[in-house]
Design a protein around this ligand. Structure first.
Ligand code: 6R9
Length: 595
């Protein structure tokens, strides 16, 4: 364990729950002792039919039941977009999604997509994004969702690693796909307004129009039947070293999505649920798609950019009952003041959960005050696939505490040898290996996968934490250099690699700097090549360069020029020294630093 930064003040303030609160998980402690994952299998048709495909469990079985005409997806984007001058306001029932995803499955088949193929989905948050993912599942292929903000280098890394053969995208994103560097990528399906002129692409690539093909396609298509161990989804995520890693999940993960959506999100049949995350990140699939739909719940998706007013209006418009969002979003809402939430009717809300970064007590209290509901922490990661440490609706919790392990999982604190440590001792947050949604592989990188399990029997999260005497886990920070900025995970190496592509940059070292709004912001220390001199304009130009090549959220918000970036004799950037420089603190032991 290298370091621990404490983001959350310890507090002894409690959130107390009424004795007989209605909750799906009624008695956490009793359930924790007796629960077995096996008991969840009967909730899925495959336990009887032996035919596995998540699209059947999410969509088809509801479309064949009394939920047939129930709205599965409410979609709203009030801002005008290409082909939608009035914005979009749409509804899709479970039957609609069965038909649309079958059509799209037929389109994919025509594109030559087969079981196990990786298909990238690079789209803004629109119904087509959801239909594409469902269609990809239907043909037994593996979706690789790519966040809309990614630029060329980020796209190239992810597509070349996954060897995706097809991509579903939109015309405004097309120029960011470097086809000449992606020999496996042969098929493009373009989602766009009607009558759009098709751009010209290399001759080796086949381009088809989503709208045209969907019109022609049949709405009949049985899912391709899979095994529980077959691939479900690949999410790319960052570590502290190297390029982003492709976290592969398996179909069996649906057990975890289903049960956590039931007990931690507390979803019920009559709920209107809103997960604010984009499916480019794991929260947007596990809890924007798999969890709610395996339960047959109505889900809301708001398209477009963040707008505080639209967020409150969304809750009011759809009478949202369960809301899943992130601390940065809560803090952004908080910064806009209380008048807005007061002007909307938020009384439909009955449960709120939070994920992605520690929820600071101030933001928790504010959400509680304006909605009447205290937000509940859920801790988990791309690699865990599902929520692991949570605060529960039926259970009192301490403000600032991350929570307790989900039934059927065992999360605890160990030292660097893998031994559990006494209460209130800082250590590594680990999970006993073997829960249903545990990642199956790091795509094409067994070594990286094994690193997570180097403490025998444990999944090593990379987070540090402690457990108090009452059994609450308190998140303390990352043990490595991974950055969480506005809830999004960014690897310093990726940003450094993008920075050194700029002609003025000789060396770059990147850290996460504590930030009130974003949790952390990306700060780069840069030494310049000879012939370049430091200036504010150059800082802006360099930040813009990263935005254009990688992604806006990965661009440094702060740049500091330095003579040399501190490195060890073996050439590793000493981010510990950069953090000390940033905070004006002593740098500690620098005996391994290069001369
Ligand atoms: C789902 C998701 C994982 C990292 C994780 C931790 C941080 C997530 C948190 C939290 C404190 C919480 N994190 N939830 N930290 N409290 N409730 O965010 O996945 O993008 O892979 O990030 O996010 O540091 O290790 P991912």
């Amino acid at each position: 364990m290298k370091r621990a930064v404490s983001f959350v003040q310890k507090s002894s303030e409690w959130v107390r729950k009424p004795k007989h609160i209605d909750a799906n998980l009624k008695d956490y402690f009793k359930t924790y002792k007796t629960f077995r994952w096996k008991s969840v299998e009967k909730e899925f048709d495959w336990s009887r039919t032996k035919k596995v495909n998540i699209v059947h469990e999410m969509i088809d079985r509801h479309a064949a039941s009394t939920r047939k005409n129930k709205v599965a997806l409410f979609y709203w984007d009030p801002s005008p977009s290409a082909g939608y001058p009035q914005g979009r306001d749409e509804k899709y029932t479970f039957l609609d999604l069965k038909n649309e995803s079958s059509r799209f499955g037929n389109v994919l088949k025509k594109m030559g997509v087969r079981k196990g193929d990786r298909v990238a989905v690079f789209l803004p948050r629109t119904p087509e994004l959801y239909i594409s993912i469902l269609g990809i599942h239907r043909v037994g292929a593996i979706p690789v969702p790519l966040f809309e903000a990614f630029m060329e280098t980020a796209i190239e890394d992810r597509l070349s690693n996954s060897e995706a053969k097809a991509i579903i995208t939109a015309s405004q994103l097309l120029e960011r796909i470097p086809f000449s560097k992606l020999p496996c990528l042969k098929e493009v399906c373009l989602v766009g307004g009607d009558g759009e002129v098709m751009p010209s692409l290399p001759t080796s690539v086949r381009l088809i129009s989503y709208t045209e093909e969907m019109q022609k396609a049949s709405r009949e298509l049985e899912p391709v039947w899979l095994n529980l161990n077959d691939g479900l989804v690949i999410h790319y995520t960052s570590g502290s070293t190297g390029r982003s890693k492709g976290v592969l999940h398996r179909q069996y993960a649906m057990l975890g999505h289903y049960q956590t959506a039931k007990w931690a999100l507390d979803l019920r049949d009559d709920d209107v649920y809103w997960c604010t995350a984009d499916p480019g990140w794991v929260t947007g699939t596990s809890y924007g798609i798999y969890g709610p739909w395996t339960l047959g719940i109505s889900s809301v998706v708001l398209g477009g950019r963040f707008s505080a007013q639209q967020w409150y209006q969304t809750i009011e418009k759809y009478r949202v009952t369960v809301w899943y969002s992130a601390p940065t979003a809560f803090r952004m809402l908080m910064s806009k003041g209380e008048a807005l939430p007061k002007s909307c009717d938020l009384k439909s809300l009955r449960h709120i959960c939070s994920v992605g970064e520690p929820l600071n007590p101030e933001a928790l209290r504010w959400v509680w005050k304006v909605t009447g509901i205290p937000p509940h922490e859920t801790w988990w990661m791309t690699e865990t696939g599902m929520q692991i440490v949570c605060n529960y609706r039926s259970l009192d919790f301490k403000v600032g505490a991350t929570g307790r392990p989900f039934p059927g999982t065992y999360a605890t604190v160990v030292n660097d040898k893998g031994e559990e440590v006494p209460p209130n001792t800082l250590g590594n947050l680990v999970v006993k290996a073997g829960w249903p949604s545990m990642m199956k592989e790091i795509w094409g990188n067994k070594g990286k996968y094994n690193e997570y399990f180097r403490l025998k029997g444990w999944y090593l999260s990379g987070d540090t934490c402690y457990k108090d005497k009452e059994g609450f886990i308190w998140f303390a920070g990352r043990a490595d250099d991974v950055i969480k900025t506005a809830g999004e995970r960014v690897g310093p190496f990726e940003v450094e690699s993008a920075l050194v592509q700029h002609p003025a940059v000789a060396e770059a070292g990147v850290i996460g700097k504590p930030d009130e709004l974003r949790g952390q912001l990306i700060k780069a220390f840069i030494s310049l090549r000879s012939g370049f001199s430091p200036s504010e304009d150059l800082k802006k130009e360099i930040a813009e360069f990263v935005k254009k090549n990688m992604a806006a959220h990965a661009a440094p918000r702060e740049i500091e020029f330095c003579e040399r970036v501190p490195k060890t004799r073996s050439g590793k950037i000493m981010r510990r020294v950069l953090r000390a420089w940033d905070q004006g603190l002593p740098v500690g032991d620098i005996s391994t630093m290069e001369e």
